[in-house]
Write a protein that binds this ligand. Structure first.
Ligand code: SF4
Length: 281
């Protein structure tokens, strides 16, 4: 039996940077620190962080913090208003927004100020998209599949959630090109890490009998990896960690090769554990 790990899998640059920043910040202040929402969508990492005095806090509970408390903004980023509110409360704000997300926020801010209607391809409920929208007066048109119900104005600037699928981006651009828009600024802001992971899982899942996708159940990028793998390999499972591997995974199935991949918020130690267990079978 062959066990093959996707060429690009696991922690991306932005997530690793945010986790490292949280650990460094906690050591620097040597007290409890808070992250606005879970730092990443992975229960095991959240537990690891709590063991290191790093706790997630919901925006609705922010009033429980007092002046001088330290709060870290995760890689998804937040709206300008939230930055302003946290600073106004006298909190020490550490910005661990992924630089690729900051770039999108700056673009929508600039072009909305220049009179462009902002279009975001993405999930309107995803914190990254909510945050980006907060840099253009919460006035963006958000589409999750590139289709539009509303009439679009003459000047449009379109960006994408970093974890979107290329095919959705292409559809969005095609649909916008068919509208009577006079000026269209388009920035394909799908992150390279996302593309690399999606391409790797696409290639790998075509050539194996079983695919295991590791990552948080609420992780957008992991869910997309799962969908891509499933489209090529019907025998695909999504697990959060090794403890979720089904006991009868290989029973009565003619499995000769297993592919493994992991979302951008899955740490190395979880991937290694799954690889080790599968190699042992
Ligand atoms: S997926 Fe890309 S944009 Fe998102 S945190 Fe990772 S490196 Fe940054």
């Amino acid at each position: 039996m062959k066990v093959l790990l996707a060429e690009n899998a696991g922690f991306c640059f932005g997530v690793k940077r945010a986790v490292d920043e949280a650990i460094k910040t906690q050591k620097q202040f040597n007290k409890k620190i808070y992250t606005l929402g879970p730092l990443i969508h992975n229960g095991d990492v959240v537990k690891y962080l709590e063991e290191n005095s790093i706790y997630a806090i919901d925006i609705n509970d922010i009033d429980t913090l007092t002046k001088g408390d330290v709060i870290l903004i995760r890689s998804h980023g937040v709206s300008k208003k939230i930055f302003d509110d946290l600073n106004e409360k006298g909190l020490i704000v550490i910005n661990a927004t992924c630089p690729f997300v900051t770039n999108i926020q700056q673009k929508v801010n600039k072009f909305s100020n220049e009179g462009y209607k902002i279009v975001i391809l993405g999930d309107e409920k995803h914190p990254e998209v909510v945050g980006i929208n907060g840099w253009c007066n919460n006035d963006a048109i958000i589409t999750n599949d590139g289709s539009f119900k509303e009439n679009l104005p003459n000047k449009v600037c379109v960006v994408s959630q970093t974890t979107e699928k290329e095919e959705n981006w292409n559809k969005t651009i095609t649909n916008l090109s068919n509208e009577s828009i006079k000026e269209l600024k388009s920035f394909n802001t799908i992150c390279a890490a996302t593309e690399e992971r999606q391409k790797s899982v696409y290639d790998l899942s075509k050539n194996v009998d079983l695919m295991i996708v590791i990552g948080g159940k609420h992780s957008s990028n992991t869910t997309k990896l799962y969908q891509i793998a499933k489209s090529n390999c019907d025998n695909t499972i999504h697990i959060e960690n090794a403890s979720e591997l089904p006991e009868n995974l290989l029973e009565n199935k003619n499995i000769k090769s297993i592919g493994i991949t992991a979302g951008a918020s899955t740490p190395d130690w979880i991937i290694k554990e799954v690889v080790k267990i599968m190699e042992g079978l």
